[in-house]
Design a protein around this ligand. Sequence first.
Ligand SMILES: *[C@@H]1O[C@H](CO)[C@@H](O)[C@H](O)[C@H]1NC(C)=O
Ligand SMILES: *[C@@H]1O[C@H](CO)[C@@H](O)[C@H](O)[C@H]1NC(C)=O
Ligand SMILES: *[C@@H]1O[C@H](CO)[C@@H](O)[C@H](O)[C@H]1NC(C)=O
Ligand SMILES: *[C@@H]1O[C@H](CO)[C@@H](O)[C@H](O)[C@H]1NC(C)=O
Ligand SMILES: *[C@@H]1O[C@H](CO)[C@@H](O)[C@H](O)[C@H]1NC(C)=O
Ligand SMILES: *[C@@H]1O[C@H](CO)[C@@H](O)[C@H](O)[C@H]1NC(C)=O
Ligand SMILES: *[C@@H]1O[C@H](CO)[C@@H](O)[C@H](O)[C@H]1NC(C)=O
Ligand SMILES: *[C@@H]1O[C@H](CO)[C@@H](O)[C@H](O)[C@H]1NC(C)=O
Ligand SMILES: *[C@@H]1O[C@H](CO)[C@@H](O)[C@H](O)[C@H]1NC(C)=O
Length: 513
Amino acid sequence: MINLFSTLLSLSAMLFELSSASRCSPSVIQTTKLVGASILQIQAQEIHNYSATSLGPGRNDVGRYNISFCNVTVTHTHPDWNDTIHTEIWLPLKGWNGRFQGLGGGGYSTGFGSIYLTYAVAQGFASASTDGGLGTGFGTSTIPTDLSWALSSEGNVNWGLLDNYATKATNDMAIIGQQITKSYYKQRPKYSYFAGCSGGGRQALMMAQKYPDVFDGILAVAPAINLQRFIPAGYWASQVMHDTGTYPAPCEISAFTEAATRACDRLDGVEDGIISSPGLCEIKASDFVGKNYSCHGVIQAAWSGSKLVSKQYGWHGLNKDAQISGYYVSTSCSNNGTCHATESDLFGSYFKYLVAKDPTFATNSMTEKQFFDALHTSISDYTSMIGNNDPDLSNFKGSGGKMITWHGLADEVIPPNGTIEYYENLLKGDPNAHSFSRFFEAPGVGHCFGGLGPVPNGAMSQLVDWVENGHAPAVLHATKGSNNTARDLCPYPLRQGYIGGDPRNATSFTCIG
Ligand SMILES: *[C@@H]1O[C@H](CO)[C@@H](O)[C@H](O)[C@H]1NC(C)=O
Ligand SMILES: *[C@@H]1O[C@H](CO)[C@@H](O)[C@H](O)[C@H]1NC(C)=O
Ligand SMILES: *[C@@H]1O[C@H](CO)[C@@H](O)[C@H](O)[C@H]1NC(C)=O
Ligand SMILES: *[C@@H]1O[C@H](CO)[C@@H](O)[C@H](O)[C@H]1NC(C)=O
Ligand SMILES: *[C@@H]1O[C@H](CO)[C@@H](O)[C@H](O)[C@H]1NC(C)=O
Ligand SMILES: *[C@@H]1O[C@H](CO)[C@@H](O)[C@H](O)[C@H]1NC(C)=O
Ligand SMILES: *[C@@H]1O[C@H](CO)[C@@H](O)[C@H](O)[C@H]1NC(C)=O
Ligand SMILES: *[C@@H]1O[C@H](CO)[C@@H](O)[C@H](O)[C@H]1NC(C)=O
Ligand SMILES: *[C@@H]1O[C@H](CO)[C@@H](O)[C@H](O)[C@H]1NC(C)=O
């Protein structure tokens, strides 16, 4: 009797487990419908106690999480494009919060896979990430700079893959992800969100512009909009290095950043290593008298940007407290003291694959005219596809969407002024844009995170509160800067003003006009 009872118990436990496991199976999960695409394969398998270090886009609190989820992989193609796209949808086995979250990528990728998925699933979201058919991004933790997918053969752009990168694969991921979520839980997600930084921030803004009714809430961090301009223009300081044959040592470059930060630090009222009002920082590289720097032209190129030379084709520079030693002015020196350029593939790949359409193109031997001709070509060939800077968000507003955008003012890759300009254009078309889209400057924060400034780790929670409870973010709470700082970031055009007290304390600042 007792034996029979316990057998029955374990049998029912087994049945329960079976029913959970059998829900996560390709035969049960319904094939999705997507106009213009054919689904090639659906794989599904429960994963238990998966453990990985992870973070959300635009967060700096990397943590280790244990998650159990149904791992659905949808493989699809766009007939005639000859592409093969993998989209992973991770569905929490327990504690689904009823929400869906699409995650962006960065660099020349559309998704990072587990790095973002793990954190989002740990928060209870049904979450999705796509490789866009590009074969780059998944599993990497640095900015993916491989752009070889952009050519189908020498001289020929692979327009299908470029469209996947620009827009299509991200929307496909959202539609597929929402359908799979509904099929698995037998109910559609109550709310859908998108989060991305850098390239992912570009995907975020793109979704609001082009597919305005797919997401209820969008978090766009340090968006790589105006890609066709800021990427080739990011090579400007390298161009000046080659033009002048001046290759400053990394320590020399950093000395300029430190000196400029010291000179401008107090302009926001407090000395904390953070320049909160970069517009007031008018110091020039040539102002550092008494120093024997022959390379100030190169440094100034990174700060002023190429727009100083060509308003038409050039672009903004970086702020003075951004680490220009790295992406913008990258050199390395040998023991005998001679230094040479070590160019960033992020910028170099773009010239090779998308401008010259020749993988062997030598970026370091362009004349200044050739450089600006390349910028001109990039702008005329790619603006409509990868610019993603359409300031008309009336349809996103009309469908009730809410968006938070923030950009670190010490960003070392994407000049924050491009994002400021975009938000200005949004306000020009809709002076009430504030009611659904708010932009926050994050003083002292580098690209996506990093830098001395505090990072708004809670931006997604504040977005959820706005979408679901109507609580618009009056400020964006930022914490955990590398100097144990906290700040309440101000909605643009307001800026932070110091009012006294410990500058590491958020209450020591207020928002000023
Ligand atoms: C996962 O972890 C839980 C809690 O530690 C444990 O009870 C369970 O047996 C684990 N499952 C698998 C499949 O390892
Ligand atoms: C995650 O799982 C591992 C192995 O099962 C365990 O040692 C660890 O304590 C777990 N961590 C958390 C945060 O649950
Ligand atoms: C999810 O499934 C795909 C396809 O089978 C596989 O490539 C991937 O490694 C799986 N992810 C995890 C975390 O197991
Ligand atoms: C399609 O792509 C595969 C590799 O992914 C390649 O082998 C094949 O030649 C391509 N077909 C066409 C028609 O381009
Ligand atoms: C940290 O903050 C203190 C107090 O505001 C400031 O004096 C110091 O310069 C900061 N340290 C760094 C490394 O930024
Ligand atoms: C950014 O824009 C502000 C306001 O127009 C301007 O003062 C500042 O010089 C610009 N910064 C850069 C790096 O272009
Ligand atoms: C500056 O550097 C150059 C070349 O390195 C050297 O010839 C010159 O004497 C230096 N000038 C001063 C004032 O240190
Ligand atoms: C310094 O070293 C580099 C590499 O080791 C070499 O190419 C270069 O010719 C050397 N320059 C001088 C001036 O010795
Ligand atoms: C920050 O300010 C609040 C309010 O004035 C105060 O209660 C708190 O003690 C301060 N914290 C620090 C670390 O100074």
